[in-house]
Design a protein around this ligand. Structure first.
Ligand SMILES: [Zn+2]
Length: 197
């Protein structure tokens, strides 16, 4: 398994191409569609689907252009599929998101879905146990956690979600929707302080 980071576009949002064999999945679609398409072509892989961490527009702006070229489905948590249309701020039509399937595999590589509400109701982290990688969207960053002051945000829910992530192995690599990658171990002191009763 390999992960290619795709940067960045007007909102500094990151997407990640996860490659297993000759197939790939994309986590989020914030960079311009040209950057997403270019990465897929450069790697010479077949893009199977897109997994959306949450429906804020800065994670979705490249999706429609990508889907215009390839009929790739984009999945998000069922709660987010409804919610994101309520907070869509752009005059452009929002893209179409489908609810996550029960099981997600890429060429035999299992993707675990961890529902982590708090930043938005359907925020989701995607965990690849085999690669020790966690895609956290806007739930957890290097040195910070997601904002809860947007519509649909909830601080109590975010804390419960962070406690779920704290149970993962310490050496898990965190790949967030903005900024630098980090390790769970490095973020644990901050997470313990934030979730302390
Ligand atoms: Zn967000």
């Amino acid at each position: 398994m390999r992960v290619v980071r795709i940067c960045c576009g007007p909102y500094d949002s990151l997407s990640y191409l996860v490659i297993e064999g000759e197939e790939a999945l994309l986590v989020d679609a914030g960079p311009p569609s040209e950057a997403l398409v270019e990465a897929v072509e450069r790697e010479g892989v077949k893009l199977r689907f897109v997994l959306i961490t949450h429906g804020h527009y800065d994670h979705l702006t490249g999706l429609r252009g990508l889907q215009a070229l390839t009929e790739v489905p984009a999945y998000a948590h069922p709660l987010e599929v409804e919610f994101f249309r309520e907070v869509w701020p752009l005059s452009l039509e929002p893209p179409e998101l489908k609810p996550l399937p029960d099981e997600i595999y890429l060429s035999g590589l299992k993707v675990e879905v961890i529902h982590t509400p708090g930043h938005t109701p359907g925020s989701t982290c995607y965990y690849l146990k085999d690669g020790r990688v966690l895609f956290t969207g806007d739930t957890l960053f290097a040195g910070a956690v997601g904002r809860t002051d947007f519509k649909g945000g909830n601080e109590g829910e975010l804390k419960r979600s962070l406690k779920l992530l704290m149970k993962l192995p310490k050496d898990v690599r965190i790949l967030p929707g903005h900024g630098e990658p980090t390790l769970l171990e490095r973020e644990l002191p901050m997470l313990r302080a934030l979730t302390a009763p």
